[in-house]
Ligand binder design. Structure first.
Ligand code: C2E
Ligand code: MG
Ligand code: MG
Ligand code: MG
Length: 289
C-alpha cells in the first residue's frame, strides 16, 4: 500500500505471502459482491446440425475497478476457499434464472431449452442449496426443466450428502450436467450412480479432433474417446454437449462421432446478455422470414 495505488494490484495478487493474499482476496470478493461488480456472460449452446441456439451457459466475470475484467480462473478458487462461492453462486443462479425467464417471456418457450450455471461443490454442501434453487425458480418463473446445473466429476464424487442433494434436485425436475467430462476420476461408475441428464465432453478431447493423421496417435485417441463417450451417453439415455469447438472442421468431425450439440468460440463466444438478446431476436426474424 505504501507504494501507492498504482502498485496495489501487483502487490496484492503476486507478492504477499499466500495466507494474507488469500485473506485479502477473500475480503475483496465480499466487497465486490456487495458492490455489484460481478457480471454474467452467456455462451450459446448450439445444435451442430442446423446452428440453432438450444441453450446458454452462464459464466461469471468480475469487473474489477482497477484490474478490469477478471476471469473466473483467477477468483473462483479463492471464492471456493473462502466460502464466498456460496453467496456468489447463489447470485449467479438467481440471475441466470431471471434472465432465462425474461428471454422466454420475450421470445416464447422455444427460444431456449436450457440455461446452465456452474455449481461448486461448496454450494452442494450448503444446507440451503436445494431451497435456494427452488426459490430461484419460483421467483423467476423459470420452469425447472429449463435449468441445468453444471457440476464437475470431482464435485459429485463426494459422499452421501451430495448424492442426496443431487437426487432432490433431480426430483424437482432440474437437470444436472457433468462438466469437463473425461478429465476427472471414475467417470463410468459415476454415470450410473449419479442422476445426470447431460454429459459435456471436455475441450481437451475436442482440441485436435479434426486432425486425420495416422502418425499422430494422440489425435486418434481423442476421436476414440469422443466416440466412446457419445456411445456411452446414448446407451444411458444422456444428452451430450461437446465443449470448446473452435472450427467448422471440429464441428463436422464431432457430428460424425455422434455429437448433436456443441459449444465453443466457433459457434459463439461468451457474451453480455444484451448481445445474446440481439442474437435471439435476429434468429427469430430469420426463422419467420
Ligand atoms: P467451464 O464450465 O468448463 O466453462 C467453459 C470455459 O471454456 C469458459 O471459460 C468458456 O469461456 C471457455 N470456452 C468456451 N468455448 C471455448 C473455446 O472454443 N475455446 C476456448 N479456449 N475456451 C472456450 P471461463 O468463462 O473462463 O470459465 C472457466 C471456468 O470457470 C468454467 O469452466 C467453470 O468451471 C468456472 N466458472 C465460470 N463461471 C462460474 C460460476 O459462476 N461458478 C462456478 N462455480 N464456476 C464458474
Ligand atoms: Mg461449465
Ligand atoms: Mg465445461
Ligand atoms: Mg471446463
Amino acid at each position: 500500500k505504501e507504494r501507492g495505488r498504482a502498485n496495489w494490484v501487483r502487490y496484492a495478487w503476486g507478492m504477499e505471502r499466500p495466507a494474507s493474499a488469500h485473506a485479502r482476496l477473500g475480503g475483496d470478493l465480499r466487497r465486490a459482491l456487495d458492490a455489484g461488480e460481478f457480471r454474467i456472460v452467456y455462451q450459446p449452446i448450439v445444435s451442430l446440425g442446423d446452428g440453432e441456439i438450444v441453450g446458454v451457459e452462464a459464466l461469471v466475470r468480475w469487473e474489477h475497478p482497477e484490474r478490469g475484467l477478471v476471469s473466473p480462473a483467477d477468483f473462483i478458487p479463492a471464492a471456493e476457499r473462502t466460502g464466498l462461492i456460496v453467496p456468489l453462486g447463489r447470485w449467479v443462479l438467481r440471475e441466470t434464472c431471471r434472465q432465462a425467464a425474461a428471454w422466454i417471456a420475450e421470445f416464447g418457450p422455444d427460444v431456449l431449452d436450457k440455461a446452465a450455471p456452474n455449481v461448486s461443490v461448496r454450494q452442494l454442501h450448503d444446507p440451503d442449496f436445494v431451497a435456494d434453487v427452488a426459490a430461484a425458480l419460483a421467483d423467476s418463473g423459470l420452469p425447472a426443466n429449463r435449468l441445468v446445473l453444471e457440476l464437475t466429476e470431482s464435485a459429485v464424487l463426494r459422499g452421501q450428502h451430495v448424492s442426496q442433494v443431487l437426487h432432490e434436485l433431480h426430483d424437482m425436475g432440474v437437470r444436472l450436467a457433468l462438466d469437463d467430462f473425461g478429465t476427472g476420476e471414475s467417470s463410468l461408475s459415476l454415470l450410473r450412480a449419479f442422476p445426470a441428464a447431460i454429459v459435456k465432453l471436455d475441450k481437451s478431447f475436442v482440441d485436435g479432433i479434426e486432425l486425420d493423421e495416422p502418425d499422430t496417435p494422440a489425435a486418434d485417441a481423442r476421436q476414440a474417446v469422443a466416440r466412446a463417450v457419445a456411445q456411452l451417453a446414448d446407451a444411458l439415455g444422456l444428452d451430450t454437449v461437446a465443449e470448446g469447438i473452435e472450427s467448422q472442421e471440429q464441428a463436422d468431425r464431432l457430428l460424425r462421432l455422434g455429437y448433436h450439440v456443441g459449444q465453443g468460440y466457433h459457434l459463439g463466444r461468451p457474451m453480455p446478455p444484451g448481445q445474446l438478446t440481439e442474437l435471439l431476436a435476429a434468429r427469430r426474424v430469420k426463422a419467420a422470414a
